[in-house]
Design a protein around this ligand. Structure first.
Ligand code: FAD
Length: 147
């Protein structure tokens, strides 16, 4: 359920007797309509399993002082079977128009790695089309000069 659990032991948030936790629920389809209280309850149960010495679901050990639930529907696209062919190439069918982003065609799912790789592939496509783009630019320039 929790895909990311981030602790903040940095100086900015440091306290000898308090901790700050940030958690991501994914997939969130079943959670998005739940109340904040239900989400916190489920979070504590999950954390109690992960850190039984420090955390109990009933808060008899670590105690929540403050929380904030952020819901972001459609934050990442759903990778269901059959959708892979829908991912566009970085070089679009429109001349001179290129795409970068985790959703474009590359070997990873929606991720930081996918976003970085898509940027590299996009840059490579532009470099490969350099002569074409240059000629296109010069043609446009010539046309503009005639007018
Ligand atoms: C809660 C959450 C947790 C995640 N955890 C992880 C993780 O642990 N590891 C991991 O690898 N990935 C994780 N991801 C996925 C990762 O964040 C994304 O795959 C990655 O950021 C995608 O990068 P991107 O550049 O393709 O798109 P984005 O980072 O979405 O960038 C697109 C940008 O375009 C802007 N934009 C959109 N429309 C317009 C417009 N019309 N005009 C101008 N600007 C526009 C947006 O505001 C945004 O800044 C997570 C995502 C979420 C939501």
């Amino acid at each position: 359920m929790c895909t990311d659990v981030i602790f903040y032991p940095t100086e900015e948030y440091y306290s000898p007797d308090k901790s700050m936790l940030e958690l991501v629920f994914a997939p969130a389809e079943e959670w998005i309509s739940c109340s904040d209280a239900e989400i916190i309850d489920a979070t504590m149960k999950e954390l109690a399993k992960l850190f039984p010495d420090e955390i109990a679901a009933d808060q008899s050990k670590a105690n929540i002082l403050k929380y904030h639930v952020v819901k972001t529907p459609r934050s990442v696209y759903k990778t269901v079977p059959g959708t892979e062919p829908c991912r566009p190439l970085q070089k679009s069918p429109i001349e001179g128009f290129y795409l970068a982003g985790d959703y474009t065609k590359q070997k990873y799912l929606a991720s930081m790695e996918g976003a970085v790789l898509s940027g590299k592939l996009c840059a490579r496509s532009i470099v490969q089309d350099y002569e074409l783009l240059l000629a296109r630019g010069q043609k446009k320039l010539a046309e503009a000069s005639v007018v």
